[in-house]
Design a protein around this ligand. Structure first.
Ligand SMILES: Nc1nc2c(ncn2[C@@H]2O[C@H](COP(=O)(O)OP(=O)(O)OP(=O)(O)O)[C@@H](O)[C@H]2O)c(=O)[nH]1
Length: 366
């Protein structure tokens, strides 16, 4: 099941003016929407915590066509092959003894699952093998599959659309993590869910980043708010105001890459967040950290530092293709279980998809 969820607000403001020429505003499609709703499974409907949050129901987005799904699963498996090769080969014809557990421990540590997650998995696996009297290596592999899925499941959470108009997302991360590319890809995803999108070029530090975002904007036919000035907070504020005036569904605010150790730059991010809140009470509604899956345990350190500074609401893990460190998701699940909304396994638009624990583990262990 695809993990976009829609929550219909009661009072969605009507668009007040014609959108800018470069912005693609989806036409109202009552029939298509009704048809879509009929496929949708209602999965959750609890009242939101914040008073500003509109009441509504949350619907699961329809699953992608079967062939598209299969193609994603194949690419996910290929992308994770470097991480999975050590994990899968050790089970082939193996005897269930201390050697197997030792090899598994090394493989998990090499995949950057981290010491804590590795120990928890190993202890739980030994117990399961004993309790269930497992004797075949294939059974042990299946038991590991179940334990890994249980561990990663808390990270699987759909991004809820339509809670606010506009839904404001601020995107942060270290240099080169894939922020701008991810924003471009996400814009396309959101458009396919009938969301109008506005992008804010808040990376005022790197001139090329503004241009990069503008190219994504042109490609997707969405407005990009940019300024010559070097104040990312001002760009973010303008973008929120503009989206409010246009009735745009989603605003995505790019920010310049920075290391969490660059304290003045972390302060700048906090300021951007505060100023967005002045532009719209309750915003930003999503504070997303983009992390490069290749950086393994270092990515975990980034998650902790950015979360401490900004109170993250979600993660996007990029570049899982070709990395041997895909186990870092297990480390994140133990140390800082912030929802992983999307994972990236390549540079193409379709290479960014919602994170699904079962699919991920199956790709790792197949
Ligand atoms: N292989 C692979 N490459 C990716 C993925 N996501 C992004 N990239 C590439 O990573 C590089 C950096 O991406 P950007 O989007 O420019 O990163 P950024 O975080 O905005 O960079 P700064 O603005 O410098 O902080 C680009 O060449 C992207 O094409 C992915 O999932 N897999």
């Amino acid at each position: 099941m695809f993990s976009f969820f829609k929550k219909k607000p009661k009072d969605v403001p009507v668009e007040t003016q014609e959108p800018a020429f470069e912005e693609k505003v989806p036409e109202a499609m009552p029939e298509a929407a009704a048809q879509k709703s009929s496929w949708l499974d209602r999965i959750r409907g609890e009242a939101p915590a914040a008073p500003a949050e509109p009441q509504g129901e949350i619907f699961a987005a329809p699953p992608p066509p079967a062939e598209q799904k299969q193609s994603w699963l194949n690419r996910l498996k290929a992308g994770l092959s470097k991480t999975s090769s050590n994990l899968t080969t050790l089970f082939v014809g193996a005897k269930i003894d201390d050697d197997l557990y030792e090899e598994l421990e090394s493989a998990l540590l090499m995949a950057d699952a981290g010491v804590e997650a590795t120990q928890i998995l190993l202890n739980a696996l030994k117990k399961k093998v004993k309790d269930e009297k497992l004797t075949e290596s294939e059974q042990v592999k299946n038991a590991l599959r179940t334990l890994l899925i249980d561990m990663l499941k808390p990270l699987q959470k759909p991004m809820v659309l339509g809670r606010h108009q506009p839904l404001v997302m601020m995107i942060a991360g270290v240099n080169g993590a894939g922020k701008t590319t991810t924003i471009g890809k996400l814009a396309r995803h959101l458009q396919s869910y009938e969301q109008s999108v506005l992008l804010a070029a808040g990376d005022t530090f790197r001139a090329a980043a503004r241009e990069q975002l503008a190219i994504w904007g042109q490609r997707n036919n969405v407005t990009v708010i940019a300024q010559e000035s070097g104040d990312p907070a001002a760009v973010a504020f303008d973008a929120v105001q503009s989206a409010k005036a246009r009735g745009t569904n989603v605003v995505m605010i790019d920010t310049a890459g920075r290391l969490p150790t660059q304290l003045h730059l972390m302060e700048e991010l906090k300021k951007v967040k505060r100023v967005i809140g002045k532009g719209m009470e309750s915003a930003p509604h999503e504070l997303l950290l983009v992390i490069d899956g290749n950086t393994g345990q270092n990515a975990l350190a980034q998650v902790k530092a950015f979360d401490d500074a900004l109170q993250l609401t979600g993660l996007i893990v990029t570049k899982l293709d070709g990395t041997a460190k895909g186990g870092v998701l297990a480390a994140i699940a133990r140390a800082r279980p912030i929802p992983v909304y999307f994972i990236g396994i390549g540079e193409k638009i379709e290479d960014l998809q919602p994170f699904n624990a079962e699919e991920f583990v199956d790709a790792l262990l197949s």
